[in-house]
Design a protein around this ligand. Structure first.
Ligand code: KIV
Length: 291
């Protein structure tokens, strides 16, 4: 649905997610953190934009997502809001914005909608977050859950690694997924877990699952846009399909600019502003008069 005509396009809502789950139509989601990327993702007809706290790593250059603040998130969510017209916009609640108390969780979730124009929020964790999810949903704010590799718990998990590969942790993840559905989540991200487990969870839940490194049987798929575009050069997880090498494209463009400037071939005539002959003569006459 590339550049779909705006007359037939409708704003994607959580209801659209539900309908797609019912009809078996895959849900598409990408991350964005700025106006231009949001515009391109939205124009490509992607169902949903996640302003992920992956922002911290791929845009702000941190080692992990832990340093990302509410203010960082809101700043980037506002830019994405200005670029996207149709996609369902989901703001990722940063580390420590929902863990301390249910009240803080509701207040911070509200800021994503009230100040940044998001349509929904996402938070990480299972049964231990059910109370916060339920309170946020009661305030009229749609919540997407996130299970499996939950990057805000990178230290507790011992690194960025696949999760729930053994049967015990797989059962725990399944129970967490059920708890989040019961608490009112409208969708669930499943990250870096075995494809079989993701398939089972997707089959059993009535809310859609959005996979990232969770195999083909999820109800939708999400990727970090910088990974997909080849813009994040530190590492590329095994589950990423890279559709472009924009880092290489950028490098070539920057080297081209440097070479042109050094060879004085940029700017050329077509890049320059010319004064009319008459005005130029007048300026020269004035200048001569000064001496
Ligand atoms: O922050 C993020 O981009 C995410 C996705 C990986 C789902 O949480």
């Amino acid at each position: 649905m590339s550049n779909a005509s705006s007359s037939e396009r409708k704003k994607v809502t959580t209801r659209t997610f539900h309908e797609k789950k019912q009809s078996g139509e895959p849900i598409t989601m990408l991350t964005a953190y700025d106006y231009g990327t949001a515009l391109a993702v939205d124009r490509a007809g992607i169902d949903s934009i996640l302003v992920g706290d992956s922002l911290g790593m791929v845009v702000l250059g941190y080692e992990n997502t832990l340093p990302v603040t509410m203010e960082d998130m809101l700043h980037h969510c506002k830019a994405v809001r200005r670029g996207a017209q149709y996609a369902l916009l989901i703001g990722d609640m940063p580390f420590m914005s929902y863990q301390v108390s249910v009240e803080e969780a509701v207040r911070n979730a509200g800021r994503f909608l009230q100040e940044a124009g998001m349509d929904a929020v996402k938070l990480e964790g299972g049964q231990e977050r059910a109370q916060a999810v339920s309170a946020i949903v009661s305030a009229g704010i749609p919540v997407m859950g996130h299970l499996g590799l939950t990057p805000q718990s990178v230290h507790a998990l011992g690194g960025f690694r696949a999760q729930a590969t053994a049967s015990g942790p797989a059962v725990k993840l399944f129970e967490d997924a059920e708890a989040l559905e019961q608490a009112g989540c409208f969708a669930l991200v499943l990250e870096a877990i075995p494809a079989q487990l993701a398939g089972l969870v997707s089959e059993q839940l009535s809310i859609p699952t959005i996979g990232i490194g969770a195999g083909p049987d999820c109800d939708g798929q999400v990727l970090v846009t910088h990974d997909l575009l080849g813009l994040f050069d530190r590492f590329t997880p095994k589950f990423v399909k890279q559709y472009a090498d924009l880092h290489g494209v950028m490098g070539d463009a920057f080297e081209g600019f440097k070479a042109d400037v050094e060879a004085r071939t940029f700017p050329a005539g077509e890049h320059s502003i010319q004064m009319s002959e008459q005005n130029w003569r007048a300026l020269q006459d004035w200048f001569k008069g000064q001496g």
